[in-house]
Design a protein around this ligand. Structure first.
Ligand code: FES
Length: 973
């Protein structure tokens, strides 16, 4: 049988299609080539489940099936669920309504799994649903709203009425008043069968009422994602697009002695080959941060030295993926293999291999000892405080190298437009930083580059890096053709970014049961390149010493190069590592002093009005600003969590258990930040249309978080119009105003304020034009609500009237405004995380029985999307606490660079996961909002350690708590 030009017939979504295939083509590729772009690629090993379709009604992984072997089959994709008139299938409706769609990359697979399940079992249990969902991962949702969506869809398909999806709103009682807590939030009885709960929102009675802000608005992009429209980077390719592919290093540390690309270049269908020999050596750093990025600029596009397995060696552009892969195999590289160092402690020892010995990198703290950064900051007098303390405690805590596992890999498409400008369509969190950082690498001025961010299939910090855009653009420059490049899943593990592993050493002085001194030494592993190494540790030091904010504190950090894939930005950003350390040592101290840990923490945590002592010396990469804590809901978060979990009774009950399975409960308190004070800027534009609708143009980057929606809600609140009257567009460097991008928990707080300011300008313009139309002298006497401006005498004009008048009739002008926002404070959201576990004393296996987070994120702009952020963060935190760790052998070879063996939580790994909000009114935030995305990941690790200690009496100091580690600790090994 020839490899080429075979033909098969498939019935796809009820239509018979004759499709040309190659003998080795998988069904996934054939379907995507035929236009069924809802079928996604997240790996090629059958691990991720993004490519699930229904074949003859049964779910199959289309990447694992050869198309020629299923000739004649009937295939269903999500496009086939939509009725011809565009009406959504009940499953699609349920996913939209419940908030089950965040980034939407897993959504098609999850909906098809739901369909197969409900078709065979119209009334599935929660366990049935979770079991089926195990076939496709979701990294965004924690599966809470996914389970709810399938339950709702099943009810709809059984013909039952379903209530509107909403949250539960309650008034927050005063400190001494009894707490009203709905019964299900106590989670009594059988945890596993009690189902997802709606988010619960407590509001202080004095907080102002809002209309659109605070409502459970459906995400503005949910329907197109539910329909499987081609909205992701890889879904739309220009004609004649070449396929780029990357050759990466098989060695952790080596010098390239020679590289021969002759055979690859001669291969028919190959159009360009790039190596260090034909690409200019321009120093840069890949971290997508504001200008100027912290030194050192320790990377070049291609180097003659490789510093980790997965480091760049060469790239090709070819007619198709098969030719590109073949060309990579034809590149002959001769390496001088150098000894690697993969351990951050060994890396600083005398005689360790020097990773950055190149002469042209400036700004490494001590290159000979592989120390890229050394940070020191201090407040008060730490030594005298230790000398005067009643007790001094010390503890060392270790955290793992965690991978983001964003299910959409890094992918970008580059092409020249008709004005000879370079267009970069990229799955990025930072389109404006991409434009600025790529410009010198590809030799074009910023004005000749346009970066477009389509829908993004998850980022979590990993896409705050410039990883493929430079190479892809260079290949377009070399060939004159559009080029598409995408990381393989192995490259996601080996060549993208990950969380910094840390060794965290705390020394804590306590006098009269008050923490008077805290010393934190933080050793961080940035891997082969510096990128976010400085800022992650600075944030870690700041948050790790500010949660309890002793007046005497010292922070020292060394950030190490090792021959492992670079660490970078990852949700939590140093803060989660150090708050894990400080929360566990606070537990240990209370345990040793015989104190109630709740009281001990409550007496010591930072209080409203206190200065954050290190806010100035530990800015993010530069000096920061003096800040005080303006709002905190921590006391209420803890109080509610204690009540909802019956913490004290269980804590007592679980002490001194016997038997194989022992249960435990623990908690942690956390604080995070909202944007980077005085550094990052966001802007927004509102532009009116003839019919009274508005375009909301935002540089802020919705990567699945729902930021497009909540920013629209903020504009709605100011303008008195429903969200459906706003056409939201993010982000395109040609058409949307600057925004630093999606990171640092900044979008709601910073971009939200920019939207509010722009909307207030628009409001003034609307009132002015309405006053002109109504012949009223004082525009401020008018009111704007319900799409209309009304005068005190009752006369009114609609926004459509104003649009038509201002465009076409009188005092003609464009009603349009742009505003921007910088904040010199970064108000911390606060929270309490509760964890309940059962530990198998014979195997060390931990079964998580319940996760509850009570969160103060200021004003909750959208309870459903905010809860989704928390639920997703909690599930990533559970992976961090229990299973996720990138492992390397002594030669720096990755041991588990696949989704399967790396192991992120699946649907059935997630216990009941509940979210309760306690609103506070942050004066510097839009309508009182702070951030929510990152604090959600900070607490599970320490709360888990606390719970395991409650169950077993053993303190675990190294994450993740794998069964082997727990077993060893239980057995004193
Ligand atoms: Fe599931 Fe993003 S919504 S991976």
């Amino acid at each position: 049988m020839s490899d080429q030009n075979l033909s098969i017939t498939l019935t796809v979504n009820g239509l018979e299609r004759e499709l040309g295939v190659n003998r080795v083509d998988c069904l996934l590729d054939v379907l995507r080539s035929a236009g069924y772009k809802s079928v996604k690629r997240g790996c090629d090993t059958g691990d991720c489940g993004m490519c699930v379709v229904l074949m003859n009604g049964q779910p199959v992984r289309s990447c694992m099936l050869r198309a020629v072997e299923i000739d004649g089959a009937a295939v269903t994709t999500v496009e086939g669920l939509v009725a011809p008139d565009g009406t959504l299938h009940p499953i699609q409706r349920a996913f939209v309504e419940t908030g089950a769609i965040q980034c939407g990359f897993c959504t098609p697979a999850q909906m098809l799994l739901a369909k197969a399940l409900i078709d065979s079992n119209p009334n599935p249990t929660e366990a049935d649903i979770r079991q089926v969902m195990n076939s496709a991962h979701c990294r965004c949702t924690g599966y809470v709203r996914l389970v709810e969506a399938v339950q709702r869809a099943a009810a709809m398909m059984r013909g039952e009425e379903v209530p509107p999806v909403s949250h539960i709103a309650l008034t927050l009682p005063g400190p001494g008043d009894p707490l009203e807590l709905p019964e299900p939030y106590y989670r009594q009885g059988q945890y596993a069968t009690s189902g997802p709960l709606p988010p619960l929102v407590y509001t202080p009675p004095e907080m102002a009422q809002t209309e659109f802000v605070g409502a459970p608005q459906v995400k503005v992009d949910a329907v197109k994602l539910a329909k499987g429209y081609p909205v992701f980077t890889d879904d739309v390719l220009p004609e004649n697009t070449l396929i780029g592919a990357l050759l990466t290093s098989p060695h952790a540390h080596a010098r390239i002695k020679s590289i021969d690309t002759g055979k690859a270049e001669a291969l028919p269908g190959v159009h360009a080959v790039l190596t260090y020999k034909n690409v200019e050596r321009v120093k840069y750093a890949t971290g997508g941060q504001s200008w100027p990025q912290p030194e050192p600029y320790d990377q070049v596009v291609f180097d003659d030295k490789v510093r980790h397995v997965g480091d760049r060696v060469a790239a090709v552009a070819a007619d198709d993926a098969r030719i590109a892969r073949r060309a990579l195999r034809l590149i002959k590289v001769e390496y001088e293999i150098l000894p690697p160092v993969v351990d951050m402690v060994e890396a600083m020892q005398p005689g360790a291999p020097v990773i950055h010995d190149e002469p042209d990198t400036e700004g490494i703290y001590d290159a000979q000892r592989n120390i890229v950064y050394h940070i020191e900051a201090e407040t008060g007098n730490i030594e005298s405080a230790f000398a005067e303390a009643d007790h001094v405690f010390e503890g060392e805590y270790l955290t793992p190298k965690q991978q983001h596992v964003n299910l959409e890999p890094h992918v970008c498409v580059t092409y020249w437009d008709e004005d000879d400008r370079m267009v970069i369509r990229s799955s990025t969190q930072v389109p404006f930083h991409v434009r600025r950082i790529v410009a010198p690498l590809i030799g074009l001025p910023i004005k000749r580059i346009r970066v477009i961010k389509p829908r993004i299939g998850g980022g979590f910090g990993n896409k705050q890096e410039i990883l493929l855009e430079d190479i892809c653009a260079l290949l377009t420059i070399r060939t004159g053709r559009p080029v598409r490049m995408e990381y393989t899943r192995t490259q996601e593990f080996n060549a993208s970014r990950s969380r910094h592993p840390n060794i965290i050493r705390y020394k804590v002085g306590v006098k009269d049961n008050i923490v008077t001194a805290m010393d934190l030494y933080l050793l961080g592993d940035t891997g082969a390149y510096g990128t976010h190494g400085l800022t992650v540790q600075m944030v870690g030091g700041f948050k790790g010493l500010t949660l309890y904010n002793p007046p005497n504190a010292r922070f020292i950090s060394d950030v190490m190069y090792t021959n492992t894939p670079p660490s970078g930005a990852f949700r939590g950003y140093g803060s989660m590592q150090c708050q894990y350390g400080v929360e566990v040592i606070m537990e240990e101290i209370a345990d040793q002093l015989g104190l109630d840990v709740v009281e001990f923490k409550r007496n010591n945590w930072i209080k409203i009005g206190e200065p954050m002592y290190l806010s100035k010396s530990l800015g993010e990469g530069r000096e920061g600003y003096e800040q005080n804590l303006a709002t905190s809901g921590m006391a209420d978060c803890l109080r509610i969590g204690l009540e909802a979990t019956d913490y004290y009774a269980k804590r007592e009950q679980f002490k001194n258990q016997n038997g194989r399975i022992r249960r435990g409960i623990g908690f942690a308190v956390m604080m995070h930040g909202s944007a980077i004070a005085g550094l990052d800027m966001a802007a927004a534009t509102l532009k009116m249309n003839d019919d009274g609708s508005f375009n909301l143009l935002i540089g802020a980057t919705d990567i699945g978080t729902g930021s497009d929606t909540i920013l629209a809600q903020i504009a709605s609140e100011v303008l008195g119009i429903p969200v459906e009257d706003l056409i939201v567009y993010s982000s395109d460097t040609d058409f949307t105003p600057f925004d630093k991008g999606a990171y640092a928990s900044s979008t709601t707080y910073l971009s939200g304020m920019a939207v509010r300011k722009a909307a207030l300008k628009i409001k003034d313009m609307l009132l002015a034009h309405a006053a002109f139309m109504l012949e009223i002298d004082d525009p401020n006497s008018l009111t704007l609500a319900d799409r209309r401006v009304t005068a005190p005498d009752g006369r009114s004009v609609t926004l459509e009237d104003i649009g038509l008048s201002s465009f076409h009739v009188e005092n003609q002008h464009q009603i349009m405004a742009t505003d921007s926002h910088v904040s010199y404070v970064s108000p911390p959201p606060t929270a309490a995380q509760f964890v309940e576990v059962a530990v198998d004393m014979e195997t060390g296996q931990i079964n998580t029985e319940r996760l509850l987070m009570v969160v103060d994120c200021g004003r909750v702009i959208n309870p459903i999307t905010a809860a989704g952020q928390v639920e997703g963060g909690i599930s990533q935190a559970l992976g961090f606490a229990l299973t996720e760790e990138m492992l390397f052998d002594a030669e720096g070879q990755p041991i588990n660079p696949r989704i399967g063996p790396y192991y992120i939580p699946r649907a059935s790994d997630m216990p009941p996961t509940d979210v309760i909000f306690v609103q506070t009114d942050e004066p510097s935030g839009p309508y009182g909002a702070k951030s929510v995305a990152e604090i959600s990941i900070d607490g599970v690790g320490p709360a888990m350690v606390s719970a395991v200690h409650n169950a077993t009496g053993v303190w675990m100091r190294q994450l993740p708590l794998t069964p082997e580690r727990v077993w060893r600790s239980l057995n004193g090994k």
